[in-house]
Design a protein. Sequence first.
Lengths: 50, 398, 531
Amino acid sequence: MRIPDYQTLELRRKNLRLAWGLAGLALFFLVTSFPFWTGIFRIVGTQAVQ
Amino acid sequence: MHNNHTNEAYGFENKPLSKPRKHDRFPNLQLCLKGGLLTATTLTMGEAMAEYGLNFPEPAAGVAREIYGIHMMTMSIATILLVIVFAFVFYSLFYHRKSRGYEADQEFHNSWFGNWSWVIVPALVLGVDLTIAGKADTVLKSVWDVPKEENIMDVKITGHQWWWEFDYLDHDIKVESRFVPKDKSGDLYLREVDNRLVLPTGVKIRFLHTSADVLHAFWVPELAVKKDAIPGYVTETWAELDREGVFRGQCAEICGTWHSRMPIVVESVSPERFAAWTEGQKAIKVAAAAEASADKEWSMDDLLAKGKGLYETKCAACHQVNGMGLPPAFPALNGSAIATGPIADHLNIVIKGKEGTAMQPWGTLNDLEIAAIVTYERNSWDNKTGDVVQPADVKQAR
Amino acid sequence: MSTTTLTHDEAHHHEAPKGWRRWLFSTNHKDIGTLYLLFALVMLFLGGASAMLIRLELFQPGIQLLDPDLYNNLVTNHALIMIFGGVMPAAAGLANWMIPMMIGAPDMALPRLNNLSFWILPAAATMLILSFVIPFFPGGGTQINTGWTIYPPLSLQVGMSMDFLIFAIHLLGISSVLASINIIVTLLNMRAPGMTLMKMPMFCWTWLVTAFLLILVIPVLAGGVTMLLFDRHFGTSFFDAAGGGDPVLFQHLFWFFGHPEVYILLLPSIGVLAHVIPAFARKPLFGYKSMVGAMLAVATIGMVVWAHHQYTVGMSLGAVTYFMIGTILISIPVGLMVFNFIATIWRGAMTFETPMLFAVGIVLMFTFGGLSGVMLAVVPADMQYHDSMFVVAHFHYVLMPGAVFGLFAGVFYWLPKWTGHMYDEKLGKLFFWTNVIGFNITFFPQHFLGLAGMPRRIVDYNMMFTEFNVVSSIGAMIFGLSHLLLLYIVIKTIRGGKKAESRAWEGAKGLEWELDSPPAFHTWTVAPQIK
């Protein structure tokens, strides 16, 4: 891990953790904007009931 | 050919009842210049604005009047608020300046007012909002809810690239409405059509909006209601016309190349004249059907003459009058493989359209009309096939 | 905060590297900020040129200059270039320059990511320009005649240009999301000791909210255009009613992004105003806390009122009522913001340098645009206004003062800090007046055009609309050309001028004014202590 010379290892880890968390949030919104997921969940759901 | 020349045929004046307002509006140029410079402060309300063309034209239906009312109300509130804001800012700009030796009040934000303004201001704004929302809600209900009455008249409005189709569902009448080129429409260019949407006054009319290809939107300011025409959807609006006249509008949702060439002309007439008009339309339709179904052999010249007129109204928007099209979206017919190849393929594409392209099915035209168009396309420009397609051939090809 | 050095491979480059490497490989927030601002300036002129072509075509009825498809393509490009290429990068440039200096951080939290998020932009801009250029070549397909909203089914008819546009939008989106992540991490983790969130400068607050909005809504746009791409090439019928899809779904996805986007454009400029107005009124910002609260409220409500852009698609009465009330309620926090600005100048000791002129202009004109926004929020009235020139006038009155003039104010306010030179005040004022007068002549008459019945996005119009279009086009030429003056002022200031002091403005407050003008290549390597 290359660390900018003004950041401590601890701060660097904290930064990266937050950044990946935010990226995850973005990804979540991307994936949920596709309507076919709702269709797939519905199919899975009805099959589970049967 | 049903539905052409409707207005002349049934004694309606083809002259516009309301002229375009160009000349009345010249004196206004100076006013609007000033208005532009001084922003909203020179706005004057009400009648004066309508007269100068600064506001909506006078409504011609109940819903439109209600909409006009709420438009005037919100605009008045907005103007009052604007004046208040401008007054405070300009007072401050004049008095609270360093060059006048004014000392800044460093504790203003810590005063009683500074501590409580975050409650006071939203409360005041909320009051204004509720005034607007309350009235808006009432108007919205009457505009949105189409009256459920037995005798409501249904008009289906279908948007096409780039013309309108009006189906009078209760009268079994179909009107195709297209823009009229400049040499024929003059001052009314882009506001004039070949066949108007004729509607009776004093009758509740339900408009059913849909589209054959892309989004369009039906908008005539005097009727006020605007709805998108969406392929696969039917949306509805309603109006009850309360005065006679000719009202002009345009397609409001961008629909491709000739979005600017989709005018709408509503002719509002008395119920008696409307009844006469519908009778006339039916007579034309019967005559056209009889002509088309007669087992008559048509001569090439007759078909070409008929075909030229039909081609120029129905086909030329895309394929152009000179048959050169607008490639690549709209291919040329001049010298094309379809228009010079086997007749069966040519008929097939005209009747059924071509999926995935802008070429729509034209199967709703009668046999004679299709025969005339195909004959024309095969014998015009550089196409010299010499083929004569008869209505009977079309019937077979369907 | 300690400044312990843990790796030495870049061993203490305290001076700027020379030549093109300085820019291409830069991880320095100031250099990347400069790159963003220069990029935005180039895009401002591209977008402005397309706008001037549009207005030239509309100068007279008839089709004189542009084919209808070319005209509509310019309309599309004008919007996309100005929004994604002009305003957003310019705001990101200000953020890059100012945020570390304002919060006492040595640089952005993720400097290499910072480099990436900028350098994606020129690639995206190239894609966007290619989408415009390709139809001019044989076999290049048709032009993008859809407007920036790229609604299907019309956008399914367009040729390969639309694919370029979709990929350009993807790239622009990735760039924005990466930049937003970086800004949030910087603001949350890199503040100087003692600077609590509620002591953070307002510009930082606005960007914190903006960055969150971007992360939430840009992916939805990306999803929407991806489905469009699938519909175009893989027959998925997401938006095709004939295949069981829904054309209106795209509109919902687009405006779920599109409406918060309005606040994304607006908020950074509001942040700039919150610095400029107190500086030139020589008294503290009125209502810091209510400003923060109002902003959070705007962002929250703004996320859930998107469908007011599509009142006419035929939603149920319940749905439109909800969207109408929600939209009208936005006037409460926005009204509070405007009120706070007016209360800040109230009983101040004002002087009127260029940034302050823009600030006052914004307060007045943005109020005007906001009020016409309330008119548009009312559903029955919107059935008349929708897709008419009235809407065009409204959103230019919101976005020009609300976003662009705010950026101009910021540029003039901080130019002395960046370059170390004062700009020419006389020219600055001349720019303000030509710009603002040109703007009003252009857009004010368009309200009347809309009410008289002129739809937007038409290449040709009936002669009854002539006079106001003539006025509008003349205004647009003044407005457009006035930006050459901006370019001249900026270049002149970079090249020289009166030496700027550390605190370039008498009333300026904040950590950035503690630094030299221009600041050293690395600043705040030792974090300041905030009381």
